[in-house]
Design a protein around this ligand. Structure first.
Ligand code: UD1
Ligand code: UDP
Length: 359
């Protein structure tokens, strides 16, 4: 029995290839949704579009402070696992759901598999960095996406025998859904956009959007990009960011703000964009896989592979630097190699779990 724990948009998307593989192999598994993300466009839409089975358990923890949310997740996960103890729990990524789920499981002596293990920004001011480090150190199986992430784990003293380099399940998700997205949606037509003649933006990092000065600078930078290139800037707004923009009451002239898109729509927008500006982890990877240049509005990244192959540049959060970064990234050559594997990470992860002997 495998217990799949998830709770936010990126976890649903990146866990989908693992869930598909469990289904394909006829394995016994359940899905526990913590309810960290709960709005239709941050949660349900992905189950529908990716044709995933409904969660077996939904905790409904919702939003809150870090400690409050973490505590609620741990209590809820503990209750479920005590009732239905799986042989292994799988978590993916670096959210509070991941860290709290892994911690609750490991204290019940349930083995933990961490998908996307070993990523490090080396910036402890990011809540996600704390979650990554803690989760890696209490996990039994570390599914590292690249050799670089394996090295990070080894450097922290984690035994090599616990690490398996699988590639990133986002490659599986992109490959599995790109054609479906071409057949099922035509979001460029809906938004009156032409291929390669628009920018796509996402921004939701706590350290960016909860900081008034930074958020203002980012919006100013984006407006500058729109003005200089005279191209639409499409910006599906994450609920955290929506809240902060409203609180600030600042203008967002020239930007095409929308609700968050489903995965099929977003994938299509990404694949046809001139360039993507983001502070998202998953979007840095997806653009790299899709061959679309990315400018990351941060000062560090736990995805250095994207910098190394030249798909991504760190442009920071100052308006002038954002514009400068976009100017040069938009001109730089494409055609880099995807460092995140060949789209079989989900299969490898499930194979390892299925072969693991009961304790
Ligand atoms: C969380 C993760 C972050 C991840 C992101 C993916 C943590 C610490 N953060 O950040 O690593 O990159 O998810 O998108 O786990 N809200 C809604 N509806 C929702 C979800 C959130 O309205 O479905 C609003 C709430 O007002 C909430 C705010 O967004 O206060 C933030 O939500 P939360 O889950 O705490 O963090 P994210 O910023 O989404
Ligand atoms: N995404 C989406 N719709 C949107 C914006 C993003 O489906 O409007 C997807 C995107 O394709 C990627 C994932 O959300 O797979 C990234 O999630 P997010 O940026 O919220 O979190 P992070 O990756 O930073 O943890």
């Amino acid at each position: 029995m495998i217990g799949v724990i998830l709770g936010t948009r990126p976890e649903i998307i990146k866990m989908s290839p693992v869930i598909r593989e469990c289904e394909a192999r006829g394995l016994d598994f359940f899905i526990l949704h913590t309810g960290q993300h709960h709005s239709y466009e941050m949660d349900r839409v992905f189950f529908e579009e990716l044709d995933l089975p409904d969660p077996d358990y939904i905790l409904d923890v919702g939003s809150g402070t870090h400690a409050g949310q973490t505590a609620k997740i741990m209590t809820g996960v503990e209750e479920v696992l005590a009732k239905e103890p799986p042989e292994i729990v799988l978590v993916q990524g670096d959210t509070n759901t991941v860290m709290a789920g892994a911690l609750a499981a490991s204290k019940l002596q349930v083995r933990v598999g961490h998908i996307e293990a070993g990523l490090r920004s080396f910036n402890r001011r990011m809540p996600e960095e704390i979650n990554r480090v803690l989760t890696d150190h209490i996990s039994d199986y570390l599914f590292a996406p690249t050799e670089n992430s394996r090295k990070n784990l080894l450097a922290e003293g984690i035994a090599d025998r616990r690490i398996c380099v699988t590639g990133n399940t986002i490659v599986d998700a992109v490959y599995q859904n790109l054609d479906i997205s071409r057949r099922k949606v035509n979001v460029l037509k809906d938004l009156d956009l032409k291929p390669r003649e628009y920018f796509l933006v996402t921004a939701h990092r706590q350290e960016n959007v909860d900081n008034r000065t930074r958020l203002k600078e980012i919006l100013k930078g984006l407006a500058g990009v729109q003005k200089e290139f005279s191209l639409p800037v499409v910006f599906p707004v994450h609920p955290r960011t929506e809240k902060r923009i409203k609180e600030l009451g600042i203008g967002v002239d020239g930007l095409n703000l929308t609700k968050p898109f489903g995965f099929l729509e977003f994938l299509q927008l990404e694949s046809q964009a001139k360039l993507v500006l983001t502070d998202s982890g998953g979007v840095q990877e997806e653009t790299c896989v899709l061959g679309v240049p990315c400018a990351t509005m941060r000062y560090d990244t736990e995805r250095p592979e994207t910098l190394a192959v030249g798909s991504n540049v760190l442009v920071g959060t100052e308006s002038g630097k954002i514009l400068e970064g976009v100017r040069s990234a938009a001109m730089s050559p494409r055609g880099w190699e995807n460092p995140y594997g060949d789209g079989i990470a989900g299969k490898m992860i499930v194979m390892v779990c299925a072969a693991a002997r009961p304790q």
